[in-house]
Design a binder for this molecule. Structure first.
Ligand code: ADP
Ligand code: MG
Length: 327
């Protein structure tokens, strides 16, 4: 299929209603944020063989690509606005593949209130390469909630549950043993389709001193937040919230519990909350019926300690997910 046919048939409909995209007929899009608003930009890529296997449903890949970016916007308290999409596709990605991919995008555009503004499409002889740049809106002049704002005495909170994405990845790789079929499907779903909750995130982040999304493993990401803020943290492993499925897995593999805290793909929020805001933050989460759990505290000493139920420090075997470069 011709590139132009592909764009007009499958991508132009996704840009409908966004005047600055001009129906994807021009060289570039014009981004004019609404009056009084500033742009927050983030970008994330997914490569076949690194971030996904390649046999996933295209719609699921599209939704995950969009959602990992929405998770970053949410962590900065930004409202989703528009996005740019870069695709490098091998010949095996035929029209049916693109139709399904764009269908996934359409579904999540409606769900999250975001619209396509432009992109680029190329052929490749290598694996599928997907990249998305998302723009969100915050009030102009408003101080962005960064990773670096945590202060000694702040309480560390996480949204949702931790470790499901990691177990779901193991399921996708055929390496998840000792769980029921129902749990297996639930965990795989968590990996394939994380669920950022922008509206709740925006409200929570507004009450936080520091925030970030948890994507590379809780332990590593707490470490990142602490490093950025020039502080340390004590985390209580027992208090890290687990889903019922992850809890059942942990009962079968008690020696592997640390893996849930170091594995990636959670796409939940990590927040540092000043003690005076704890009540409001907890009331907010309760009014949304969303889990929000205090897992530890920010300390002055620049260390990261994960403690068991008896207060004994646990050995951190693996920091979390990092790409390794050949230089
Ligand atoms: P250029 O030659 O300037 O790179 P293209 O022919 O690649 O322009 O793109 C034409 C239009 O189609 C542009 O508006 C571009 O943003 C849009 N476009 C191309 N690929 C995509 C894509 N994957 N998703 C969204 N828009 C796309
Ligand atoms: Mg182009």
């Amino acid at each position: 299929m011709q590139e132009f046919t592909l764009i007009s048939r499958y991508f132009a409909p996704l840009a409908q209603g966004f005047a600055g995209a001009d129906g994807l007929r021009d060289d570039a899009a014009l981004l004019t944020p609404p009056q009084g608003m500033a742009l927050v930009a983030t970008t994330d890529s997914m490569q076949e063989g690194v971030h996904f296997i390649g046999n996933e449903a295209p719609a699921l890949l599209a939704q995950k690509l969009l959602r990992v970016n929405l998770s970053d916007l949410a962590a900065k308290g930004a409202t989703p606005w528009c996005y740019l999409l870069n695709l490098s596709l091998p010949p095996a990605c035929d029209e049916a593949w693109i139709a399904d991919f764009s269908h996934g995008l359409a579904q999540d555009q409606a769900r999250y209130g975001i619209v396509l503004a432009g992109g680029d499409t190329t052929n490749t002889k290598a694996g599928i390469s997907l990249s998305l740049t998302a723009f969100g809106l915050v009030k102009a002049g408003h101080r962005l909630v960064r990773r670096c704002g945590a202060q000694v005495g702040d309480l560390l909170y996480v949204t949702g549950t931790i470790g499901d994405g990691y177990l779901g990845l193991k399921a996708a790789q055929g390496e998840l043993a000792g769980v029921s079929e129902q749990d297996w499907l639930y965990l795989l779903g968590c990996y394939q389709l994380p669920e950022p909750k922008p509206e709740l995130a925006i409200a929570l982040v507004g009450l936080a001193r520091a925030s970030m999304d948890i994507s590379d493993g809780l332990v590593q990401d707490v470490g990142q937040l602490c490093t950025a803020s020039g502080v340390g943290a004590e985390v209580r492993a027992e208090d890290v919230p687990l889903s019922d499925a992850a809890r059942r897995w942990q009962q079968v593999h008690p020696e592997k519990r640390m893996e849930l805290l170091t594995g990636g793909d959670d796409y939940e929020l990590l927040l540092a909350i000043a003690p005076e805001n704890v009540k409001d933050v907890e009331a907010l989460a309760a009014s949304w019926c969303q889990p929000l759990t205090c897992i530890g505290v920010v300390v002055a000493e620049r260390k990261l300690e994960i403690r068991d139920a008896d207060g004994m420090p646990l050995q951190i075997t693996q920091g979390g997910w990092q790409h390794h470069f050949g230089y």
